[in-house]
Design a protein around this ligand. Structure first.
Ligand code: BG6
Ligand code: MG
Length: 220
């Protein structure tokens, strides 16, 4: 079968808006509450990782994984989320990262489909605050995902939700776990940021993302 570009599948945090930074601030505070210090380098390992898996990684960092019951861990995760949601309270369309809205409009104008593949349970709320819900044809439901990135599950669910073959989609990600998930899903991967390995194209920031570039990456 001839491959044809049919869809572009986006990560949310760090690609559509800079909410990745708010995740970091909320985890840093939560970790400090239980005497664990995390820095931006450690935070890189949390990007694209689900809430509970992120907490497990933070606890394991200092050998604390057996210090809390499941109920206590759920309380800690809820506390982090409450702080994260508080940090998002003023989120507005002004917080859409540069180039993203014109890119979404160009993809739609080219009759290609658009999906979101975020493992964040806050994703629908974040998109609504950015006034971008209508720009997406399908949102993969993080609550129904069994494995977070780097497993390909969320990208495969997004492609299936759009009714396209993974090989006919391009994924866009700012995290290494996300790039690995896209590649495992059998899609071409565009990375945003620095230090990502295994991408088919890497741009320094979202203002460099264009439909022409995505079409070119698809042909690689
Ligand atoms: C991902 C973020 O998009 O969502 C992670 O990169 C975050 O940092 C994960 O932990 C889960 O988000 P939430 O909003 O469900 O806690
Ligand atoms: Mg991200």
């Amino acid at each position: 079968m001839v491959r044809q570009l049919e869809a572009v599948i986006f990560d949310l945090d760090g690609v559509i808006t800079d909410s990745a930074h708010f995740h970091y601030l909320a985890w840093k505070q939560l970790a400090a509450d239980i005497d664990i210090e995390i820095d931006e380098a450690f935070n890189e390992t949390l990007k694209g990782i689900s809430r509970m898996d992120s907490l497990d990684l933070i606890l394991a960092k200092d050998g604390r994984e057996n210090d809390f019951t499941l109920e206590q861990k759920e309380e800690l995760a809820a506390k982090k989320n409450a702080h994260y949601v508080e940090l998002l309270k003023d989120l507005s369309p002004a917080d859409i990262l540069p180039g993203i809205k014109p890119l979404l409009d160009a993809i739609r104008a080219a009759n290609l489909k658009i999906a979101l593949a975020s493992v964040s349970k806050n994703a629908p709320m974040v998109l609504a605050a950015l006034d971008l819900t209508d720009s997406f044809d399908y949102l993969a439901d993080a609550a129904k995902i069994t494995h977070s990135k780097p497993d390909p599950e969320i990208f495969l669910v997004a492609a299936a939700g759009l009714g396209v073959e993974p090989a006919n989609a391009v994924g866009i990600e700012d995290a290494q776990a996300g790039v690995d998930a896209i590649k495992s899903a059998g899609m071409k991967a565009v990375g945003v940021g620095t230090g990502l390995v295994g991408t088919d194209e890497l741009v320094s920031d979202t203002s460099k993302l264009t439909l022409a570039m995505i079409q070119k990456v698809f042909q690689i």
